[in-house]
Design a binder for this molecule. Structure first.
Ligand code: PMP
Length: 436
């Protein structure tokens, strides 16, 4: 029987020939994924991989989850798309549903199609509401690839510095390898204070990820966002909470900002809201929403298929109690990673995050970089049937952000293999001590 797939080498060659040369590299030998089922994906040869990456926090409810895809298909067959000039029910139901889970008085949703577009809308909204142009953002944050969202992105690898001319001031992130989280938070708050004293009256908003994803799973000290919010309010600056990677249960709360006891002014959502179908939104209060008086429509934003899918996603998250599951099993995974850190203290310098938003930072030496060791681990884990991620300023943080449906057995299995793979990496590290 002839395989319907051309195979990974052929796919890689086509990518090289027809995509832009800058197309991101992640694996040395990326697998070709042809099928997914809940926490598993399969390559063209039928090899199974347990997914601990979920396409960067996207398929939180599992690949091709039948409870969700059934409703997507039903909607596709009923009504796929129509203009926003007509009334349709799925998007108003979705907005109502979001209002029930959003914190504080956040009530109104504007639907778009991607995380970048949600943040773009949130940033514009903040400008229109405050009548100010400037933004504050954190070093090592990531907010998107449009001009404005790239301008507030601190991570160097996601910026094209030369062409960004927006009015953005970056402040220190609330993390420093040599300081406690409390000390690092205090330093970040100090740098925020200095910026606000200097030009607070020209700043529309500060945009943050409550737990930085691509920046390396940076979870600030518990008091951090309360102090930030208090300061911002003194200067009339809005807080935009980018929950694109952290939202809808992954961290053990519906939104990660809830861990900090703060209600932001605007929340942006994307990724797992559609479990793989593009749907995104930015939500705010009645008062702030009134300031966005134009432009007011997005062709695909809140289309019936995306909206019906997001409703199915929110139902599934609620019915399966996925936030509770992420808190419990994520705690289990974190303890396992901490045990590995105790076994390989020279290799793993830090384990951090909460729920299923976890990172393990690796250390290198003068002869072998931490980024190289991270790539070794990623590649070997993949060969042995586990997909994990990597992130961080130096690309040396192993990222664990699985579909929230992974089981305790999946976690045990992954940790056992990871132990083997880290042993190899730590042997490479100790053998690589440079000659005197
Ligand atoms: N914000 C965060 C926190 C993200 O992680 C990302 C994507 N990695 C984005 C925004 C941009 O989202 P999108 O790729 O859907 O435009």
């Amino acid at each position: 029987e002839q395989s319907p797939f051309i195979g990974r080498e052929a796919v890689a060659a086509k990518r090289k020939q027809y995509f832009y040369p800058c197309t991101a590299h992640f694996y040395r030998d990326a697998p070709q994924i042809v099928r997914g089922s809940m926490q598993y994906v399969y390559d063209e040869n039928g090899k199974e991989y347990t997914d601990f990456f979920a396409g960067v926090s996207v398929v939180a409810c599992g690949h091709c989850n039948p409870a969700i895809t059934a409703r997507t298909i039903e909607q596709l067959q009923q009504l796929q798309h129509t203009s926003t000039v007509y009334l349709t029910q799925p998007n108003v139901d979705l907005a109502e549903r979001l209002e029930a889970v959003l914190p504080g008085r956040l009530r109104r949703s504007f639907f778009v199609n991607s995380g970048s577009e949600a943040n773009e809308g949130a940033l514009l909204l903040a400008r229109m509401h405050t009548g100010r142009k400037g933004f504050i953002a954190l070093e090592s944050g990531l907010h998107g690839r449009t001009n404005l969202t790239m301008s507030v992105t601190g991570l160097q690898m996601w910026r094209t510095d030369k062409y960004l001319d927006e009015d953005v001031t970056f402040i220190e992130r609330p993390y420093h390898p040599e300081l406690s989280l409390e000390e690092a938070a205090a330093r970040s708050v100090q740098s925020l204070k200095r910026v606000l004293e200097e030009k607070g009256d020209s700043i529309a908003a500060m945009i943050v990820e409550p737990i930085q994803g691509n920046g390396g799973m940076i979870m600030p000290a518990p008091s951090y966002f309360r102090e930030v919010k208090t300061l911002l309010e003194q200067y009339g600056v809005l807080l935009i909470d980018d929950e694109i990677q952290t939202g809808y249960g992954r961290t053990g709360a519906m939104f990660a900002i809830e861990h900090f006891g703060v209600v932001p002014d605007i929340i942006s959502m994307a990724k797992a809201l559609g479990n793989g179908v593009p749907v995104a939104a930015f939500a705010t209060t009645d008062e702030i929403a009134a300031s966005l008086n134009r432009p007011s429509a997005s062709t695909f934003g809140g289309n019936p298929v995306s909206a019906a899918t997001a409703l199915a996603v929110l139902d599934y998250i609620e019915n399966e109690r996925l936030p509770e599951r992420a808190a419990e099993l994520g705690g289990h995974l974190k303890r396992g990673l901490q045990q590995l850190q105790a076994s390989y203290p020279a290799l793993i310098s830090d384990v951090r995050g909460t729920g299923f938003m976890l990172g393990a930072e690796l250390t290198g030496n003068a002869a072998v970089t931490a980024a190289e060791l991270t790539d070794d681990v990623l590649e070997e884990m993949k060969d042995r049937g586990y997909l994990i991620g990597k992130n961080g300023v130096n690309r040396n943080v192993l990222a664990f952000q699985p579909p929230l449906v992974v089981t305790a057995e999946n976690i045990e299995g992954m940790l056992t293999v990871l132990n083997d793979v880290l042993l190899q990496a730590s042997q490479k590290l100790s053998a690589a001590v440079p000659a005197e």
